[in-house]
Unconditional design. Structure first.
Lengths: 155, 73
């Protein structure tokens, strides 16, 4: 569970998808039957935004897994599941999971808070390497420079 | 980003709710730049300006849009 997202008033939930961001219309992510399965997949991030998009709380995961969310139930990330599942599966926990998550309180909605850019920072951190040579003025060079945080290289 | 057919392909994604023009700086002397479709068809020949040793191209991407530029050195 992550903070007290239940205190956020007039909640809306947004999350990213491949080349998209969607607004979930679900009241909660809970279901018990195969014919009422709900989309509870977190790809990179899920954000609970409050009234008038003034602020929100984003949850990031480096694993594509599931999350839980509902009225009076704080935003949560599924690490492992044990017990009965759909189609008679009895899931067991057989080992540990290594997962990185982040919580990012944000001002404004996902768009103004640049949550997709934050996702890139988290999942594709800057990699540095020590080199023997450098340019005469001591400054580095970049093959490519983009002047916006909201564009990313797609491939 | 891939290098193919003697050109550098750069595919950009705009992860934003609105579109806007942006400039992209490419190191070195770019001879030609094209905005291309996913299947490689040329959509637009791009204007290249110089900024010192860099080459500059400007283009816009709509919300959640993808644009590919093909750069020749």
């Amino acid at each position: 569970m992550f903070g007290d997202t239940t205190l956020i008033e007039e909640q809306k939930l947004f999350k990213n998808a491949p080349f998209d961001v969607v607004h979930s219309k679900l009241q909660n992510t809970f279901f018990n039957r195969w014919d009422s399965i709900k989309n509870n997949v977190i790809l990179n991030w899920v954000d609970v935004t409050g009234a008038k998009n003034r602020y929100g709380m984003a949850l990031y995961s480096d694993h594509t897994t599931s999350y839980s969310y509902g009225n009076d139930f704080p935003l949560s990330l599924t690490l492992q599941y044990s017990g009965m599942g759909l189609w008679g599966m009895n899931y067991k926990i057989k080992g540990s999971s290594v997962i990185h998550y982040s919580i990012v309180p944000n001002e404004g909605n996902w768009d103004k808070a640049l949550l997709n850019a934050e996702s890139t920072f988290i999942n594709e951190p800057l990699i540095t390497a020590q080199t023997a040579n450098c340019s005469k003025d001591g400054a580095g060079r970049s093959l490519l420079t983009s002047f916006t945080l909201v564009w990313s290289l797609a491939v | 980003m891939t290098f193919d057919q003697g050109a550098l392909f750069l595919r950009f994604y705009n992860a934003f709710e609105s579109g806007a023009e942006n400039k992209v700086l490419l190191t070195g002397h770019v001879k030609k730049a094209e905005l291309v479709e996913l299947d490689g068809r040329v959509k637009q020949y791009m204007t290249i300006s110089r900024q010192g040793a860099e080459s500059v191209v400007r283009f816009s991407i709509p919300a959640f849009g993808i644009r590919t530029i093909k750069v020749y050195y």
